[in-house]
Design a protein. Structure first.
Length: 296
């Protein structure tokens, strides 16, 4: 009879609240440090970390995602004293739903899609605890850039990007040369030059969008500033890639041998210029709705 009475008491919410042990347990959960919840969320996504580690170790993709993950970790560390004690419920609900979906999707969806879901889930969990002054857009952007996706992008989008780059370069080269294009190849003054995979601009695009996300977070720009300036980032990346390709094609078509270090030097110089231009665009002061300029 006593056992039945205890069970009946526990079944009532007011009965649970009268038990000091249950109240202390609830208080401990409610006052647990924010990083514990983020750590538990990351631990629940362990299959994704295992797959990403294996993909990086077998060298099937560039390990640039580690740079984006490090940027997210640095953001969390810098904001550790400003994390919200009460998370934003919408972001928290998205994180919990994403964790469940990522767990159920293991083996049912391609690993890259599961990883995308997992990293978006982690970003949503981080956004739930970050202060409102931190834009969520670049946080989600860094989570996508953390994926080992360069090889996949090169496989699916590399050739169309090379064709676009070759056509744009053809228009520039026509100013001083006779140029014809066939696919991703250019015939410049009778000299055949192939626009190969490194000239597709996939890596330049990665670094460009990474720069946009990092500068936005570093300067505490808003989501509005971030998203409205992304088209300019795309234009700068495409223009930089076309310029690099045009210079290298013109050098190859000259008939003289161009050493490999020249290709790398030109590529690094253009990449640095593009990233600097993107940083300048993202760092420009914001204008409020009243037309005033907001400085940070």
């Amino acid at each position: 009879m006593a056992l039945f009475t205890d069970l009946h008491t526990l079944a009532r919410p007011q009965g649970l609240l009268k038990r000091p042990g249950f109240v202390r347990w609830g208080v401990r959960i409610d006052t647990a440090p924010e990083w514990i919840w983020l750590a538990l969320l990351a631990a629940a996504l362990w299959p994704t970390w295992l797959w990403m580690g294996q993909r990086m170790l077998d060298r099937s993709d560039d390990p640039l995602g580690l740079l984006a993950l490090s940027a997210l970790a640095l953001l969390g560390w810098q904001q550790r004293r400003r994390l919200r004690p009460a998370p934003r419920l919408l972001w928290l609900a998205l994180a919990l739903a994403g964790a469940v979906a990522a767990t159920i999707s293991q083996g049912a969806l391609p690993p890259l899609l599961v990883a995308l879901l997992s990293l978006s889930t982690l970003a949503a969990g981080l956004c739930a605890f970050l202060p409102g002054t931190v834009a969520s857009g670049p946080v989600l952007g860094l989570s996508v850039l953390s994926l080992p996706l360069l090889a996949s992008l090169q496989f699916y989008a590399g050739y169309p990007l090379r064709v676009i780059t070759a056509e744009a370069s053809r228009w520039l080269l026509m100013l001083g040369h006779e140029v014809e294009r066939s696919g991703a190849s250019l015939l410049v003054d009778g000299q055949l030059v192939i626009v190969d995979a490194p000239c597709s601009g996939v890596q330049m695009a990665w670094f460009g969008y990474f720069s946009a996300c990092a500068v936005t977070l570093y300067l505490a720009r808003s989501n509005r500033a971030f998203f409205t300036r992304l088209p300019a980032v795309s234009v700068l990346v495409l223009s930089g890639n076309v310029l690099r390709n045009t210079v290298l094609v013109a050098a190859e078509a000259s008939g003289s041998h161009v050493p490999g270090w020249v290709h790398e030097s030109v590529g690094l110089a253009v990449l640095a210029a593009v990233c600097a231009a993107i940083a300048w665009v993202m760092a420009r002061p914001e204008k409020t709705r009243s037309g005033r300029t907001r400085h940070v």
